[in-house]
Ligand binder design. Structure first.
Ligand code: ADP
Length: 370
């Protein structure tokens, strides 16, 4: 069943639209992460759903009911926003009990529920601890327990793990996912961190300039970015324009690149995944059916745990990124020949004529879902 339905939502601050024509639905028990660069409208979307930003147009329905005119505190939502700090003068128990007290839940029931939630978020017995004495990760857990306490029908998280260091974030995100699964919580989260979004979400929604650029499962979005903007935002760098000819290749600045079978001829935009760049001897010759190697020099190597990310300067065309196993990785400065694996080449839609170029995207992190 659909819990949240947003239709053609528009919000603006003064003359500037922050959101336009946004359609989004969240099913009961589903975790949806809205992802995108800063300024894309993610927080505005959350605030509108929460009843904290006034829509100019469109509808927001929760469990089928139009929320126009319903005040924030009557929407039955749990909010964990960056600007909603814990109350420093209250202890952990006092913080978690806050929403229950607002709903006039009795003392004994409150105490039971607080204990249950602290247990749930991995802080059993922490009721009397001072908030100021908690680590960043513990504070985040308390904030989560506070948001979950009144059993909201929809939990909304704004950059839930944004302030924590990477290590802790990666651990917490796994815990959160398990917790939401177990409780059947419906979650709408926004983040600019793709690793977080991909690890947490059943469905990812990528926003750009107040509009939805792509929505789909993490595997769908990762496997088939809808356009060059999404691809760049996800950290893919090997993007090129070209022209598909006969013979299953596209002419690009890197020379011929094999394309998946059935790709129609004509102008194209494509993306070569870093794992689709293959290494050959530098002088590998062309043979029938194989276009021969593109000579390149290894400019940089970055160790990524289970693979090495290589930055390559090809003899023609822009720099390329390649991912390869540590054992097989050529050394910095080495001259190599490159070939491309057609199954790792993704055709992207051509930009609209109306689209006046793509805005710059803040450099994403190296490809590879967290
Ligand atoms: P994100 O959460 O993706 O960073 P926001 O929803 O915060 O994006 O912002 C979307 C756009 O709306 C931005 O251009 C931002 O500058 C603008 N904006 C956000 N909040 C306000 C506000 N309170 N007043 C004026 N402009 C705002």
């Amino acid at each position: 069943m659909t819990l949240l339905e947003v239709e053609r939502l528009a919000v603006s601050y003064g003359p500037r639209p922050a959101l336009s024509g946004v359609d989004l639905s969240v099913a009961e028990g589903e975790t949806v992460c809205v992802l995108g660069p800063s300024g894309g409208g993610k927080s505005t979307l959350l605030r509108a759903v929460a009843g904290l930003a006034e829509p100019d147009a469109g509808t927001i329905r929760l469990a089928g009911r139009d929320q126009a005119g319903v005040p924030a505190h009557r929407r039955g939502l749990g909010l964990m926003f960056q600007d909603h700090q814990l109350f420093p003068q209250r202890d952990v128990g006092g913080n978690v009990a806050f929403g229950l007290r607002m709903r006039r839940v009795g003392r004994a029931e409150r105490r039971r529920r607080v204990a249950e939630l602290l247990e749930l978020v991995g802080l059993p017995g922490a009721e009397r601890r001072r908030v100021s004495a908690l680590s960043g990760g513990e504070q985040q857990r308390v904030a989560l327990a506070r948001a979950l306490a009144p059993s909201p029908r929809l939990l909304m998280l704004d950059e839930p793990l944004g302030r924590l260091d990477r290590d802790l974030r990666e651990r917490l995100v796994v815990e959160l996912r398990q917790l939401f699964r177990r409780l059947g919580t419906t979650v709408l989260a926004v983040t600019h961190d793709q690793g977080e979004a991909f690890a947490l979400a059943d469905r990812v929604v990528v926003m750009r300039e107040g509009r939805i650029a792509q929505a789909g499962s993490p595997a769908e979005v990762w496997g088939r970015p809808a356009d060059a903007f999404v691809a760049r935002f996800l950290g893919f760098r090997n993007l090129a324009a070209g022209r598909v000819g006969t013979g299953g290749t596209a002419d690009t600045d890197w020379g011929p690149v094999p394309v998946p079978e059935g790709t129609p001829p004509g102008p194209c935009r494509l993306l070569i995944r870093p794992s689709g760049v293959r290494f050959l001897p530098p002088d590998a010759a062309a043979s029938p059916g194989s276009p021969g190697a593109l000579p390149a020099t290894v400019r940089a190597r970055t160790f990524r745990g289970d693979h090495v990310l290589l930055l390559l300067a090809p003899a023609s065309g822009p720099p390329l990124e390649a991912a390869c196993p540590l054992r097989a990785a050529p050394a910095e400065g080495e001259r190599v020949g490159l070939a491309f694996d057609p199954s790792e080449v993704v055709l992207l839609p051509l930009p609209d004529a109306a689209d006046s170029g793509e805005p710059d995207v803040a450099p994403g992190k190296a490809p590879g879902p967290a």
